[in-house]
Write a protein that binds this ligand. Sequence first.
Ligand code: MN
Ligand code: MN
Length: 331
Amino acid sequence: MTSEHRFPQPQDAAQVPRYAGLPTFMRLPMADPARLGEVDIGLIGVPWDAGTTNRAGARHGPREVRNQSSLMRKVHHVSRIAPYDLARVADLGDVALPPMDLMLGLDLIDAFYRRVHAAGVRPLSVGGDHLVTLPVFRGIARGAAVGMVHFDAHSDTNDSYFGGQRYTHGTPFRRAVEEGLLDPKRTVQIGVRGSVYDPADLDFAKAVGIRVIQMEEVAARSDDDLLAEARAIVGEAPTYISFDVDCLDPCYAPGTGTPEIGGMSTLQAQHLVRGLQGLNLIGADVVEVSPPFDVGGVTALVGATMAFELLCLLADAHARLGRLPAARSAP
Ligand code: MN
Ligand code: MN
């Protein structure tokens, strides 16, 4: 770190090589979660896959994404956004979670994010399976439903699994709509594909007004056209971006629990996320990186790189809009 910087910087790769030192997110300083007033954007690990219905392993995501994130540099090569010059960014560590008690895990994540949000911090989370996003919403959207741009091969709006289990990584956004945390009319899902359990699987999403853009439509339209529609749907009100790595073709992201072929490339995903600059962003996440299924760390590298893309958007939002108004959340 050099003295001309106003804000905390990643460890200087000219002083300590990238393979050395403790692997925090982006090689940033760790922040004390009790001193959130000193942080504008908090990178948070949520090592938890209690919602996974089939191939578990996303609990190991944050550690491997931290490791691969040591490859990230400081300035975006296209937008030229320099997030560490726009905002105070820090690694807030992992939410401490038991691996097996699902309902306790939901409450612990909710409580952690409620503190983060109440302090005015924009969270950038790394999961964990996609059920993680539900308690994040409980923490940051209570009393004020958010909009969402959701990249995923799956709608994650099923009702239940295994005879009535309502909390899984296939159900978070149905619960979020039911709980008034997510505004379905300000929600767009991009990249949905793959075989379904039943022809009616997407009926709930469509009935409540979620715009589902299946992968075939993504492939048939230009990125600029898709972005114009997505931006119009979420508008200028508070919005969250959730990035499930299985939106990508498994050739780009094999390390995930529910791969679906026929997905988008990393280049297209970067272009689409980058095109969301300028929204009223209150948080974002990257989920479903599952290191036990990964090959040479490539999916964790994708997770780290997409987290950097999202970090640039959040830093830009902070520079334009300031810290989150803490009063957004009802008690
Ligand atoms: Mn998902
Ligand atoms: Mn998915």
